[in-house]
Write a protein that binds this ligand. Structure first.
Ligand code: F0G
Length: 357
């Protein structure tokens, strides 16, 4: 029986028989073909797949790292964990802390989030899972500085991706892609925020694919209003509709650059308009779902293919990092609200008329 992502790949994880595994059966997410997006790239013979990370237990890839971070925290006897978050990390930390408590380990979870910039679904998850949610008057980078400092000064474990166990756990998505495809893809397109995930995927491909030339090129994409790696300097006031990646000073900046350089990849930016267009395409033309920041991977693929950076006959995997249901507001803002709000008389003939019959 499937026992979660750590026990699926224990040989690559820092666990032993003594480690209490705190799992919600994360991982084993679907890799789905995206023929419409493939067509839009206009690249001959291309195959495009979407890795549906929104299918994880709390609806984002964070669960893969959190199962490791929380298992290791519990192993060493931690009683409190803390993180800064644009939303998904907080939802995941809160859920895994609840699971730890269910298994008999007392563990309190504290999360700091940028006031006013966390999608409602994520905030409600952290709350119902019993975390203490603290909204700070600042952005994610400010919140991360605070929790880093607190974890140095007080007995509280940091579960942001600066925690190496988070990165270790997140590598499992790369293993799954290789298992599903029977090989690594040629390109891996991925949104970049705090840059932990691109770091983890690259480490995962390096673990799994011994031949360096058979590893994918890492194509990371930041939001244009929050693109410090692209610009080469910290962005003091990051802004983007993809609030998950509204980050101006990524913790894993150097590792992301290493992933780019070692894989001969790129880290580029996509505008909010490009992200929203891809967000619509993923829903309306493929039938799959994701949150706005996740669509940066597809927006990036479309941009890179317009620029001739994707060679014919290649296999591309775009990571859809989070579930679309987390951010209903953006979905509704992108739709025809006037039409949705109009009400009709409960009458068959009236409705038939509206349907155009
Ligand atoms: N996509 C989603 C949906 C995210 O929530 C995040 C990060 C990213 C992409 C970027 O991944 O930070 O590893 O480069 N969310 C973090 C959070 C910052 O707090 O939930 P990254």
């Amino acid at each position: 029986m499937y026992q979660g992502s750590i026990l699926k790949y224990p040989q690559f994880m820092s666990v032993n028989n003594q480690t209490p595994i705190i799992s919600l059966m994360e991982g084993r997410t679907l890799l789905v073909p995206a023929p419409h997006i493939a067509k839009l790239t206009k690249v001959n013979g291309i195959k495009v797949y979407l890795k549906m990370e929104g299918l994880n237990p709390t609806g984002s890839f964070k669960d893969r790292g959190m199962t490791m971070a929380v298992s290791k925290a519990v192993e060493k006897g931690a009683k409190k964990i803390i993180c800064a978050s644009t939303g998904n990390t907080s939802a995941s930390a809160a859920a895994y802390a609840a699971r730890a408590r269910a298994l008999g380990y007392p563990l309190d979870c504290f999360v700091l989030i940028p006031a006013g910039y966390v999608a409602l679904g994520k905030l409600s998850q952290a709350m119902i899972y019993g975390a203490k949610v603290l909204q700070v008057e600042g952005n994610f980078d400010d919140a991360l500085n605070i929790v880093k400092e607190l974890s140095l000064q007080y007995p509280i474990d940091l579960v942001n991706s600066v925690n190496p166990f988070r990165i270790e756990g997140q590598k499992t998505a790369a293993y799954e892609i290789c298992d599903d495809l029977g090989a690594a893809p040629d390109y891996l397109c991925i949104p970049v925020g705090n840059a932990g995930n691109i770091t983890a995927y690259w480490a995962g491909f390096k673990d799994y694919i011994k031949n360096p030339s058979a590893r994918p090129k890492m194509f990371g994409f930041q939001a244009a209003g929050a693109a410090p790696i692209v610009r080469g300097h910290i962005v003091e006031k990051p802004e983007t509709i993809g609030t998950a990646i509204r980050i101006g000073n990524p913790a894993s900046w150097k590792f992301a650059e290493a992933a780019r350089d070692e894989s001969k990849g790129i880290i580029d930016e996509v505008t909010d308009d490009e992200m929203l267009e891809a967000y619509r395409i993923i829903h309306d033309c493929e039938g799959f779902n994701c949150e706005p920041a996740s669509a940066a991977s597809v927006a990036g693929l479309l941009k890179a293919s317009r620029q001739g950076k994707i060679i014919p006959e290649s296999t591309v995997v775009c990571i859809l990092t989070g579930n679309g249901l987390k951010d209903p507001k953006t979905a509704m803002d992108q739709s025809d609200m006037a039409a949705a709000e109009k009400t009709y008389k409960a009458d068959e003939n009236v409705i038939a008329g509206v349907l155009g019959f």
